[in-house]
Write a protein that binds this ligand. Structure first.
Ligand code: GLP
Length: 254
């Protein structure tokens, strides 16, 4: 159980932490954030994560978008991260997730999609290209992120500067082993390419989503440990419009 030394800190934080009964209601609420934004601002720039957590959100968006005929044809989608050297055809890649669960069912035009190239010849150019794209589109309106078991956001591993924009990074051992869950067979994972926490801080709104008991400990740390580059997800507490959306299980220790 958390021991809060400062009641104001607790009050302030709880306003930014929404606890949902279950994964489905968490996913539905996150999906509504995306759908409402697109309705208000058809040219919105939206950054999405891949992984187990956002699957329900994508499914709700697809379902609701079809029912409510939300027009996604003008908004821009930015992929949060990608495994270096893992192609779009590999079911464990982030690109595969985005196309399979989101872009294809919603028929998002290709020119509205911006993902990292896992096989870029020049990483520095690839990162600059993404940073320039985001700037040229007017910045990110809504950035949804997950949280890794070591507190990472995207592939911003513990120790990464809060100021970085797009970059390539060596993956932490935890990320390499937990990441195996996305792949049908044992896969060599070594580096990742990711948006930086500088992007997160500049986004108009940021939502970190987490569900399940296995995320309870890391959510506790992200909320309770000092805001520090050693705990990347703690940066969410510095965002003026940043929220934690967690289900009851992930909120077990707060
Ligand atoms: C992965 C990705 C992140 C993702 C996080 C949590 O390694 N790099 O972008 O948000 O870890 O993933 P999951 O939702 O599968 O737990």
């Amino acid at each position: 159980m958390l021991i809060w030394q400062n009641k104001n800190q607790l009050k302030h934080l709880l306003m930014r932490v929404r606890i949902f009964d279950d994964y489905d209601s968490l996913s539905q609420a996150t999906a509504s954030e995306v759908i409402n934004l697109v309705k208000e601002k058809p040219h919105a720039v939206i950054c999405l994560p891949s992984g187990s957590t956002p699957l329900g959100t994508c499914q709700w968006i697809v379902k609701n978008a079809q029912q409510q005929e939300t027009d996604f044809s003008k908004c821009v989608f930015i992929g949060l991260d990608e495994w270096v050297g893992i192609g779009k055809e590999n079911p464990g890649s982030c690109s595969y997730f985005f196309y399979h669960h989101f872009f294809d069912p919603l028929k998002i035009p290709e020119q509205q999609i911006f993902l990292f190239d896992a096989f870029a010849k020049n990483w520095s150019e690839e990162c600059k290209k993404m940073d320039k794209t985001i700037a040229a589109k007017g910045g990110i309106d809504l950035m949804i992120v997950g949280i890794g078991m070591n507190g990472h956001i995207g592939f911003n591993e513990p120790g990464t500067s809060f100021r970085l924009l797009s970059h390539v990074t060596d993956l932490d051992e935890t990320t390499k082993s937990v990441g195996q869950k996305y792949f049908p067979q044992k896969t060599h994972l070594s580096k990742g390419i990711t948006l930086g926490l500088g992007h997160l801080m500049k986004a108009n709104k940021a939502i970190l989503i987490a569900n399940g008991k296995n995320k309870a400990q890391i959510i506790h740390k992200a909320l309770k440990e000092p805001v520090s580059e050693d705990m990347p997800a703690s940066i969410m507490r510095k965002h003026s419009n940043g929220f934690f959306y967690v289900d009851k299980e992930a909120a077990l220790l707060i």
